[in-house]
Design a protein around this ligand. Structure first.
Ligand code: HEM
Length: 376
């Protein structure tokens, strides 16, 4: 929590000059008055850390900025009475977000989970919290982190994501000032970068919403379908064919779980390393229907160890999409460049521009970059 006092000092330097910025801060301030989460972070209700945050925050109030609420009464929460709220101004700096990034990445390694890492499932949480966006109604997206609430947490597509939300809850208790939307999307960025993927720009500014901000079931893609369905779903978010293909390359990492989606297996032989192997396998392997009692999916004929969903295979069945599969199979650098730009947009879906704390995107550093810097 010492970081918060440091943040306050830094923010005093950062915030002052721009009129636009203070207007922006006011907008965010108004927004956060209107819409604070009904779920306080666990530590924020009872621990010393929240008191520390409170005092540091009060110190920071002098410099103005975005308001965060810290709940101060655990009894009132327990009794179901609206918790007493104290508004404090605290402007976290880029350094504070780097600390959160580092704590998230500290949680990736897990010897007894899947392929040894929680990074893929945390990445999936970021995507599922963003991919509910509808550009016409401007509903859904990463702003409100509504997957904390039922029924969204119980939507079939979100099966298994309680694992990721549980890890994020631990981080939230250490950094109660961060919104869930910022925390979850930052988790996606950390996962991509730490798995060796491209550097992904990210901005802070999401605010916690409430259950009523959730979108209806059915907005996320259904893996049993084909290219038309992918177009319906991703065009609704504002993406085009090329972007559908580039985002699908995320399946270079992670795996399907029979007890979650019903599907089974990884897409690549290195499911904790971000590569363009997904596209290479799509083109180079011979894919056959898996003979089993589960949902229809493909396996590679050569080893039987890799899988493709019907929606993955649709990318090589559709002429326009296939040309992008080829482009990314041939050129990992191109894939990384395009993926970084598109996933950064994905993670910002549903967040009004006025809410972002900066117009300049941030690059939060990987562990390796930080180590390199420390050597200098
Ligand atoms: C194109 C439509 C998509 C469909 C139909 C789809 C479907 C699925 C399914 C069925 C799973 C397995 C879940 C489980 O059993 O645990 C999965 C896993 C995953 N998906 Fe997708 N997905 C799509 C697009 C995306 C996108 C756009 C991203 C990110 C940008 C993404 C990232 C992931 C990751 C990282 C996993 C692995 C999770 C883990 O290992 O626990 N997917 N996806």
């Amino acid at each position: 929590m010492h970081s918060i006092a440091a943040a306050a000092r830094l923010s005093a330097r950062r915030t002052a000059p721009s009129a636009a910025r203070s207007g922006l801060a006011r907008t965010a301030l108004r927004a956060s008055y209107r819409r604070y989460s009904t779920q306080p972070g666990p530590e924020a209700t009872k621990s010393n850390s929240s008191n520390t945050a409170l005092f540091a925050g009060l110190g920071a109030a002098a410099v103005g900025g975005i308001a965060y609420y810290f709940y101060t009464s655990s009894d009132s929460v327990k009794s179901g009475v609206q918790a007493a709220k104290v508004a404090v101004n605290f402007v976290p700096s880029k350094e504070d977000y780097q600390k959160v990034y580092n704590r998230i990445a500290d949680h990736f390694d897990a010897d007894d989970y899947d392929d040894g890492s929680f990074a893929p499932v945390l990445f999936r949480l970021a995507w599922h919290s963003s991919g509910t966006y509808d550009k016409d109604s401007k509903t859904g997206g990463s702003n409100h982190a509504t997957m904390r609430f039922e029924p969204e947490s119980l939507h079939g597509a979100n099966a298994g994501l309680h694992v990721a939300r549980g890890i994020m809850e631990k981080i939230k208790s250490e950094f109660p000032w961060i919104s869930y939307g910022d925390l979850w999307t930052l988790g996606g960025v950390a996962a991509i970068q730490e798995m060796g993927g491209p550097k992904v720009n990210w901005r802070a500014g999401r605010i916690d919403g409430q259950a009523q901000d959730a979108t209806p079931d059915g907005r996320l893609p259904d893996a049993a379908q084909g290219a038309d369905h992918l177009r319906n779903v991703f065009y609704r978010m504002g993406f085009n064919d090329q972007e559908i293909v580039v985002l699908s390359g995320a399946h270079a990492v992670g795996r399907c779980h029979p007890d979650r989606s019903g599907f089974s297996g990884p897409w690549t032989f290195s499911p904790t390393t971000f590569t363009n192997d997904y596209y290479r396998h799509l083109l180079d392997e011979k894919w056959v229907w898996k003979k089993w009692n589960g949902p229809k999916q493909y396996v590679d004929k050569a080893t039987g160890n890799l899988m493709m969903l019907p929606t993955d295979y649709a990318l090589v069945q559709d002429k326009n999409m296939k040309k992008w599969v080829k482009a990314y199979a041939d050129d990992q650098e191109l894939f990384f460049k395009d993926f970084a730009a598109v996933v950064s947009r994905l993670f910002e879906l549903g967040v009004p521009e006025s809410q972002f704390v900066t117009s300049e995107p941030w690059h939060l550093k990987t562990f390796d970059e930080q180590k390199e810097e420390a050597k200098k």
